[in-house]
Design a protein around this ligand. Sequence first.
Ligand code: ZN
Ligand code: ZN
Length: 255
Amino acid sequence: MRETSDRTAALPRHDNVTRLQVAVEIACIAAAAALLLTHLVRLARAPELLRWWTPVFALTGALMADLGSGLIHWAADTWGSETMPVLGRRFLRPFRVHHVNPDDFLRREFADTNGDVSMVLLPCLVAALAIPLNRGWGHALTILVVAFCAVGLPTNQVHQWAHRPYPPRWVRRLQDRGIILSREEHRRHHVPPYVENYCIATGWCNAPLRRIHFFRRAERLVTRVTGLQPRDDESAFHDKVESWLGEPIGRNRAT
Ligand SMILES: [Zn+2]
Ligand SMILES: [Zn+2]
């Protein structure tokens, strides 16, 4: 058996980012923040900002962001291979590493943590500028898109805070009130076989999705259509890490 410090050092880690990657990530975060601000100013100037359906569309956008975070997380945890070209190393491997070495996420800087989500949401924020605000449907759609992006943008930051033993006090308050993903809620995802609570923005969708066995049903459907088995790559990655360490790190074979 290895000593704890040896064991931690032997665990896989996230790839270090280059200066160019950091520069691109900072540019994406700045552009997304500027666009979000632009949308808020446009909405504030639009006639009759507050209508009875304004909170309905805002809440729907926030729920869609949380659901989206869960669907992407589930897809990355469950399907594909970390060795596949393009997406494997850049997109899927971080999810494999996060299960076997969750504390390594705390090492990632602000730009590295938030750059990818900003990059993904940029086209959505740009396209929303074309929605006319002088029509009822345009107003409602803009509120939905803005709420979706405002809640979606800090998803990875919220996820990182859920791993921090001592997050800032104001963050802790938001976590305790269930406004953003709490440590307790996310801890359930990190219990092998890692098949619960995939939603990591607000965590609001986790309980209802769990109740209707949403992801297990989706997996059965994917398997029926494609013949693929869920978490095959995850199991192979665990086997690889266990053979490096020479000791078990938890299993992830359940369905
Ligand atoms: Zn996961
Ligand atoms: Zn996590």
